[in-house]
Design a protein around this ligand. Structure first.
Ligand SMILES: *[C@@H]1O[C@H](CO)[C@@H](O)[C@H](O)[C@H]1NC(C)=O
Ligand SMILES: *[C@@H]1O[C@H](CO)[C@@H](O)[C@H](O)[C@H]1NC(C)=O
Ligand SMILES: *[C@@H]1O[C@H](CO)[C@@H](O)[C@H](O)[C@H]1NC(C)=O
Ligand SMILES: *[C@@H]1O[C@H](CO)[C@@H](O)[C@H](O)[C@H]1NC(C)=O
Ligand SMILES: *[C@@H]1O[C@H](CO)[C@@H](O)[C@H](O)[C@H]1NC(C)=O
Length: 681
């Protein structure tokens, strides 16, 4: 049961659209001035429409501060690049000229208004607007001076319905899966042929791939960007509003010559370049609907009837409003606070300033390294205590003690392989920024350290092959145990398969940092890299088992297909917003399914199936397995034999369909002798 249930639960959490959201509401998610404010000053602008009771709630704090101006108001509503509403009303023509000239008012109001049924607003807003995740819509109010046509005020607000593909539940589920894989890998890594340690790397690299697809200079649909942000934690980008880590990095940058903007505490969507989703400002026009006229006329009459406090503005009130640096900022095409596509939008969406991206990843990596060192220290302490107090059998103690250094080196290598992609990407990116010199210095150090930690084992492996032979990789137990994470999952003749993958990471990192602003070039290079990886998989068939080949090729093809589909997001290709959203949704689903299959694969290899199968069908083989389990760590040679029968006997359809790899059949693998047994003898 368990094995069937767990993936099902994961499906429910990994697939988006699953979490509850506000029921049938539309609200403003960000407000910005699109021109420096002159006539209209806004401190707060929250408007919410409830479809259930057809009511509008607003909480607005605004003031009109210029005397004697006659204006006309233009209201524009843009949904997925389509102009749904574009009406201009001369304010002198409505409300019997009460707004002509524009009165100087300090408007502070918070109220719920029921819209009359006669307006039929519900019928006019398609139901999908309340359900589609990451709705791309904004409303713009422009006040134009009558006569001169000068823009007196321009305010933009993005609309949201509360649904998003970015879900805390997905982040926690993917994180929990990684943690599970880590624990299973730690438990199994003492065995020579354990699969989970490799799957742990596959899983995290796949998360990182998904996250990194959101870092290109593309016009992503908001839906896809939000999905990719679910995996930002795998790149070490962990943050929250006003987090202390970010404040410290801000201070550090400010003290070391960094002058780039800090992250805003509010939503980053207001700062997104207007050409990109969700603004889609340059697009098709639709004829304005006459519905807008009636709506406006009716609601303004309705608003006048409700109990709103209009207070004639006091002079000091005007000054206070004008000088307060409110949360509402001016974002124009050429203002410096505009967020460009790629890393700036991605990281600012999680409240990390563009220039803080590297430092965030770096500090999170340092924390992980510190935890790893602490665990290694604890393990050493436990070994020491076992020796001192004579816990366990002499044999076990000797075995654990002699394998400890190789184990630690293997885990150090795994750690290096996990953190090197994000550190490389953001180190390159930091160099392209010219911000704080300390960030740059640290990024150089981190870059050298991480590549040294990965390349030194690569060097040792290649040297061993040159000095002795490829078979030495299998028969040198010391080397296999400490540097195995690089190559042990591949067939001996294909031991070098880690090289294309490392080169791919390097090229992608360069392209993300250096190709900023040219999305087409980035996608094409990504596509070439992914294509090369797929071809390498098909031609070289590097894995020990057919299942391993199928599985890894499947993941490579998923990456290739999704990268290819991203050509639709290139700005110059000019795909309209709705098809882009559809393509984004398809990529989201393909990636989600792949994560799910990875999850199932991890579970199948983690030993859970083993427990489950044993309980279902106790057999002679089963009791042998059980006794092995009770001993905790089996004699590796016997363990290999048991493993073989265990995996091959698993009748699960899943393991066949998703190609759960079974390296145990392979001769090269079974030839391997674990370090523990050889050093012991
Ligand atoms: C604004 O319009 C009102 C009524 O039409 C008119 O009396 C007033 O002179 C106008 N003010 C300006 C500055 O044009
Ligand atoms: C809205 O309408 C005005 C004229 O009424 C036109 O100048 C403007 O370009 C329109 N804007 C959009 C985005 O359709
Ligand atoms: C409409 O319903 C929402 C919640 O569903 C509630 O917060 C709001 O006060 C209601 N408005 C009116 C006017 O009843
Ligand atoms: C960023 O924040 C730091 C510390 O709060 C501050 O010293 C610095 O001036 C800020 N930088 C910018 C560009 O606002
Ligand atoms: C308007 O609000 C005031 C207090 O803010 C209240 O005393 C008054 O009764 C309200 N009037 C109506 C018509 O709701």
């Amino acid at each position: 049961m368990l094995v069937r249930l767990v993936p099902l639960l994961t499906l429910l959490t990994v697939l988006p659209f699953s979490s509850a959201a506000t029921d049938g509401a539309l609200f403003t998610s960000s407000v910005t001035y699109c021109e420096p404010p002159e006539t209209l000053l806004i401190q707060q602008f929250d408007v919410k429409y409830f479809s259930a009771n057809q009511s509008i709630f607003f909480d607005i704090s605004a003031a009109s501060v210029q005397a004697n101006v006659n204006v006309s108001a233009n209201i524009l509503v843009n949904v997925y690049g389509l102009t749904l509403l574009n009406v201009t009303i001369d304010l002198c023509d409505i409300l019997a000229g009460a707004l002509c000239p524009l009165p100087q008012y300090n408007f502070v109001g918070s109220q719920s208004i029921s819209l009359p049924d006669s307006l039929g607003v519900t019928n006019r807003i398609p139901a999908i607007a309340f359900r589609i995740p990451d709705l791309e819509a904004y409303a713009q109010l422009t006040l134009l001076e009558v006569g001169t046509g000068d823009i007196k005020a321009c305010v933009q607000a993005t609309l949201s319905n509360g649904w998003s593909t970015r879900q805390a539940a997905v982040q926690w589920a993917t994180g929990a899966l990684a943690l599970f894989a880590l624990l299973a890998a730690a438990w199994q890594s003492t065995r020579p042929n354990a699969v989970v340690p490799y799957r742990l790397l596959d899983l995290l690299h796949f998360y990182q791939t998904i996250a990194a697809t959101g870092l290109l200079s593309l016009n992503y649909p908001s839906l896809y960007r939000a999905f990719a942000i679910n995996f930002a934690w795998a790149l070490g980008l962990i943050s929250s509003t006003n987090s202390r880590l970010q404040t410290s990095i801000d201070n550090m940058r400010a003290l070391t010559g960094g002058d780039m903007a800090n992250a805003s505490s509010g939503s980053a969507v207001g700062f997104v370049d207007r050409r990109l989703s969700p603004w889609n400002a340059v697009n098709l026009e639709l004829p304005a609907s006459s519905f807008a006229q009636s709506l406006l006329a009716d609601t303004s009459v309705g608003a006048a009837r409700t109990n709103i406090t209009f207070s004639r503005i006091a002079l000091n009130g005007i000054q206070q409003l004008a000088t307060t640096e409110g949360q509402v900022q001016t974002v124009t095409d050429d203002s410096s606070n505009v967020l460009q596509a790629g890393i700036p939008i991605y990281v600012n969406s999680i409240h990390i300033a563009t220039a803080n991206a590297f430092m965030t990843t770096f500090l999170i990596s340092l924390i992980i390294v510190a935890i790893a060192l602490a665990v290694a220290g604890l393990a050493y302490g436990a070994l020491f205590a076992a020796n001192r107090f004579g816990w366990g059998t002499e044999e076990t103690r000797q075995r654990l003690k002699s394998s400890y250094p190789a184990h630690m080196r293997a885990w150090a290598l795994r750690l290096g392989l996990i953190v090197h992609p994000p550190l490389t990407i953001f180190a390159f990116y930091q160099w392209s920024l010219k911000d704080s010199w300390l960030s740059v210095l640290l990024s150089v150090i981190a870059f050298l350290a991480i590549w040294l930690s990965v390349l030194y084992p690569v060097f040792l492996t290649l040297r061993l092959v040159r000095r002795e032979s490829r078979d030495a990789l299998e028969f040198n137990p010391e080397h296999l145990a400490s540097h195995g994470p690089l190559y042990a999952q591949y067939r001996t003749p294909r031991y070098y398969f880690f090289l294309p993958l490392l080169i791919g990471v390097f090229i992608k990192a360069i392209v993300i940092a250096a190709g900023e602003g040219s999305g087409m070039a980035q996608v094409v290079v990504f596509l070439i890299v992914e294509l090369a990886v797929v071809i390498a998989h098909i031609v070289l068939k590097p894995y020990n088992s057919r299942g391993g080949d199928v599985f890894s090729t499947y993941l490579a093809i998923v990456r290739l297909v999704c990268t290819g589909a991203m050509i639709a997001f290139v700005e110059s290709v000019g795909v309209a917003a709705i098809p882009r959203v559809a393509i984004g949704a398809v990529i989201t689903v393909i990636f989600s399914i792949a994560v799910l299959i990875l999850a199932i694969n991890v579970f199948l290899h983690s030993g859970i199936t083993w427990l489950w199968r044993h309980r279902r069908s106790p057999s002679r083989q089963g009791s042998a397995d059980e006794s092995m389990l009770e001993k905790g760590d089996a004699n590796p040679i016997d363990g290999t034999a048991d493993d073989t029968s265990r995996y091959s006997a698993t009748p699960s359809m899943l393991s066949r369909t998703i190609g759960a790899s079974t390296p145990h059949h392979d001769t090269a693998a079974s030839r391997r002798v674990s370090i523990s047994s050889t050093t012991h003898h």
